[in-house]
Design a protein around this ligand. Structure first.
Ligand SMILES: [Zn+2]
Ligand SMILES: [Zn+2]
Length: 164
């Protein structure tokens, strides 16, 4: 299992290599349902302390690369072609290990709030939705921006293979 101090050192090294370390920082958070987050508002990459203690070091490395790629690609890129090519360029191979993420891998609608929280839907939301992690009531400041993506046959196969 990943040692939290080593995760922190690795995160700082990745930020120094790929981003501006005077702008971007790293912290742990307490999320239980997702491994990492790229917060564009405060320019911080966070990793779940809870999941970091359950993932191995390779998996955490992939989580960090996933989030660094979001920081490089910008909030509008979502998981689209720009993000995918940046992520692949820095070594992200997209290995998913967490069952919640496997389900999300196949959801065609990906939404992102201004703070970088990701949301997944199998159908296009019929009305504007605010991010439930940022606000309890509907607020246009926390509106989720939805993008449709193509799920390839290869991704379907990978998701069902890793679900076993
Ligand atoms: Zn992502
Ligand atoms: Zn949010």
């Amino acid at each position: 299992m990943a040692d939290l101090e080593r995760v922190r050192v690795e995160a700082k090294n990745l930020i120094a290599r790929h981003l501006d370390p005077t702008v971007w920082s790293f912290a742990f958070d307490n999320a239980k349902t997702r491994a990492g987050l790229c917060n564009y508002g405060i320019k911080r990459i966070t990793v779940s302390r809870y999941l970091a203690s359950r993932y191995d070091e390779n998996e955490i490395h992939q989580v960090l690369l996933h989030e660094v790629a979001h920081a490089l690609a910008g909030p509008r890129a979502g998981h689209g072609p720009k993000w995918r090519s940046i992520a692949a360029g820095i070594g992200y191979v997209g290995k998913r290990t967490h069952s919640g993420e496997i389900a999300n891998d196949l959801a065609p609608w990906i939404g992102m709030c201004p703070a970088g929280h990701e949301h997944y839907r199998y159908r296009r939301p019929t009305r504007p939705l605010a991010c439930g992690l940022c606000t309890r009531r509907f607020s246009p400041r926390h509106l989720i921006d939805w993008q449709k993506r193509e799920i390839t046959q290869a991704e379907r196969r990978r998701a069902s293979a890793s679900a076993r």
